[in-house]
Design a protein around this ligand. Sequence first.
Ligand code: 9D3
Length: 256
Amino acid sequence: MLFDVLTIFPDLFVSPLEEGILRKARQEGKIRIELTDIRDFAEDRHATTDDRPFGGGEGMVMKPDPLAAAVEKVRAGGNTGKVILLTPQGRQYTQDIARELTAEKSLILVCGRYEGVDERFRAAFCDDEISIGDYILTGGELAAMVLIDSVTRLLPGVLGCPDSAGKDTFSRRLLKHPQYTRPRDFRGIEVPEVLMNGNHAAIGAYRFIEAVRRTLARRPDLLIQEEFTPEEHRLLKKHGLLEAISTVKAGRPDGC
Ligand code: 9D3
């Protein structure tokens, strides 16, 4: 998959993309990341990419012409994919959107800065607009990296084990059960006995119940759409968790 990234800070991308799984995916040719400095497409001798908003107001707006010229350059270079603008006004990014994007051969990611981009560039060039959540960043660059990271790990052959991409927190809508490794005794706190005796059915049941307890406590919203097998239902009943789950599903996560 090809990611063309348009930014005024291409250097921000260097180190995050050059370590770990992303580095390996690039080396193996599973992804390509091309950085385009929007400033190279500015027309004046000061390489201006932003200007004051017509009508007045705080902050600066990214000029449409350097952005348009940068998109046209990557298009001419062969990227025919969707243009995605990273913006606080976009639809909120989720694992479902990451999965959708794995179907694309290439993408053009436009990182906004300042108070945003000129509306005429947005309307004429952007196919999609994505926000990574309700908090304020200084620009779209970190959001673009989040998107690249989360899409890349889903591509075939990127993770060692073909299952590990799908079996995470957000494939089944339950949080992960608590995990333990050596030592068996850490500062007087021991690993739960059930994990030490090799009874895999008991371990599976313990982990399922702990995952449900955690999800109920921290992310009850995730349980609303979750469905359980008859065996899981039996375990939930045995541990007295059925009522709490019904309450969540009835849309009253506070129990009132
Ligand atoms: C009027 C208030 N503005 C600043 C306090 C709004 C504003 C403009 C530009 C807030 C953030 C930004 C820069 N952010 C992004 O470009 C961005 C972003 C984000 O801030 N949060 C979550 N996802 C994204 S994607 C791009």
